[in-house]
Design a protein around this ligand. Structure first.
Ligand code: NAP
Length: 485
């Protein structure tokens, strides 16, 4: 065991960050910005491609949100940073390996699974999680080969958060508009022949309790070839909701936009329609004999004020059916446990105290930390992860003093590379990713699109291997000249 002080030039504080989305990058940024300690960051990611939900979650028609990747690129070029893509924790490298090689480990793995509704028929053919659809149209390699039968005329989207709006908007958008984005080619092709004409978005509570934001709601008024329908009766508010409208600008703005849509009447130009319905909960998905979804049975709700002041939906016993061949359940994400790392099953997160990992009894897991959605749950926009990551980074810096001397001396910067090579892991560096990035961008340029994504891991690796070979061949003559000289 060594006794050098951690965080010096001779013995930097070595940090592994697991995940490469916004929470991971904001944690790296916060660690680099502090001036107390010399910190080195190695970032590990399961996919070869970095940026997490910015690449695979943010809607393809929201390119301006993706501009945050320029900041992440800058962090990646910091000499204190290294990227190891295509490395799966628990398979290629284990928690114990990381704790042996690094002083501190941060989990920033997000919340990749979706919540279940727990109603009969949820798994019928035609009933999908919105998460899968989002990953599919964004070209996430795990979902590229999923199939969505878009031959039904009516689709139901359950939930009124921003993901529900993304799904509804993509279904309602014209193929021409989608064709100018970086939507995955397979999704573009399927959406070109989509027969979906009506998209019904269901909120279990009222418009004043909607989780979506007004910027996203407003976009429906600007969709080419699509209109919005809202029943004015759905916008009649109870006293408590009226109070919310008065007190909260964001709620007021949502309600004003919905009123505007309601007063516009039903769109009649033969295009697609997005209908918003409030105070209804799906209670059953009804299928035909072959197990294909045919309809969604819904129950009308009323709101009840709870002790904590929140308004919860309660069924009224009034039922109705919506004929639909497609359902997208968009009721929120949830975390997935990492091997050997504590997990709070009910909350779907890694239990922690201000970013310090603890088990369910509150016992600390020294040197292990958490950032982002797997720390606090799937809420907020990309920027919300910045203060969240800063809190984790502050805890790490504070704790660094108490771990000095506990770790092996002479830690080699090459330790992890050697381990990955020994285990035959074809890891992807940031330079490798930049070759793939360049490839996608140039394919996009040829088609007048921001990029054309490569959507299978083996194809990504082929592009990277070809790029490495070109780079090495270009370096070769120089080397030979050097030798001859
Ligand atoms: P979300 O904002 O938490 O919304 C989930 C929705 O599902 C809520 O309307 C919720 O209703 C509803 N819901 C939950 N359980 C339900 C059930 N059993 N039956 C019916 N409805 C149910 O989650 P999200 O849409 O997945 O978004 C996750 C985060 O990413 C959010 O912070 C979101 O703002 C963010 N995001 C942002 C953007 C953007 O900025 N453009 C895009 C996508 C996502 P209750 O309110 O009644 O629980």
């Amino acid at each position: 065991m060594g006794s050098s002080k951690l965080g010096t030039d001779e013995r930097p504080l070595w940090v592994a960050i697991i995940g490469a989305g916004p929470a991971a990058y904001f944690t790296a940024e916060a660690l680099f910005k502090q001036e107390e300690l010399n910190v080195r960051v190695d970032m590990f990611n399961r996919l070869p491609t970095p940026y997490g939900l910015v690449r695979d979650g943010v809607a393809p028609d929201h390119q301006s949100i993706k501009a945050v990747t320029r900041k992440f690129e800058k962090i990646s070029h910091d000499p204190r940073f290294r990227y190891f893509g295509n490395v799966t924790i628990g398979e290629d490298i284990h928690r114990d390996d990381l704790l042996e090689i690094y002083d501190q480990v941060v989990y920033a793995v997000g919340t990749p699974a979706d919540k279940q509704m727990g109603i009969p028929g949820e798994d019928l053919e035609g009933s999908h999680s919105a998460t899968e659809f989002v990953w599919w149209y964004n070209g996430h390699p795990d979902f590229t080969d999923c199939e969505f039968d878009l031959s039904a005329e009516r689709a139901v989207v359950v939930g009124i958060g921003n993901v529900a709006l993304d799904v509804a908007r993509i279904l309602a958008s014209s193929p021409e508009a989608l064709g100018t984005t970086d939507i995955a080619d397979h999704a573009l092709e399927a959406l070109r022949s989509s027969r979906v004409r009506e998209i019904v978005v269901l909120g279990r509570r009222g418009p004043a309790q909607a989780a979506f934001t007004s910027v996203e709601l407003k976009e429906f008024g600007q969709l080419e070839g699509a209109g919005v329908a809202v029943d004015p009766a759905d916008l009649e508010l109870d006293e408590e909701s009226k109070r919310l409208v008065e007190e909260q600008r964001a709620v007021r703005r949502n309600c004003e936009l919905l009123e505007g849509y309601a007063s516009g009447g039903a769109p009649s130009d033969g295009g697609r329609t997005v209908e918003f319905r409030f105070l209804v909960s799906p209670v059953e998905m009804i299928g035909d004999e072959a197990g294909r979804l045919e309809a969604v049975r819904i129950e009308r709700n009323r709101l009840t004020k709870m002790e904590d002041g929140s308004m919860r939906p309660r069924g009224t016993g009034e039922y109705d059916e919506i004929e639909a061949g497609l359902v997208f359940r968009s009721i929120g994400y949830r975390g997935v446990p990492l091997p050997d790392v504590p997990f709070h099953d009910r909350w779907g997160i890694i239990p922690n105290e201000a970013g310090r990992v603890v088990d369910e009894d509150g016992t600390r897991y020294p040197r292990e930390y958490v950032s982002g959605w797997c720390k606090r749950g799937p809420s907020g926009v990309i920027g919300t992860n910045k203060p969240d990551a800063a809190e984790t980074a502050a805890a790490m810096i504070e704790d660094a003093a108490s771990i000095a001397g506990e770790l092996p001396e002479g830690r080699s910067a090459k330790a992890v590379e050697e381990l990955l090579v020994e285990r035959c892991v074809d890891y992807v560096t940031f330079e490798d990713w930049e070759m793939l990035d360049e490839f996608e961008l140039s394919r996009g340029e040829a088609e007048g699109r921001p990029r054309v994504k490569v959507c299978h891991v083996d194809e990504m690796l082929e592009v990277i291997h070809a790029g490495r070979a070109r780079r090495d061949a270009a370096a070769e003559p120089e080397r030979s000249v050097g030798v001859a000289d």
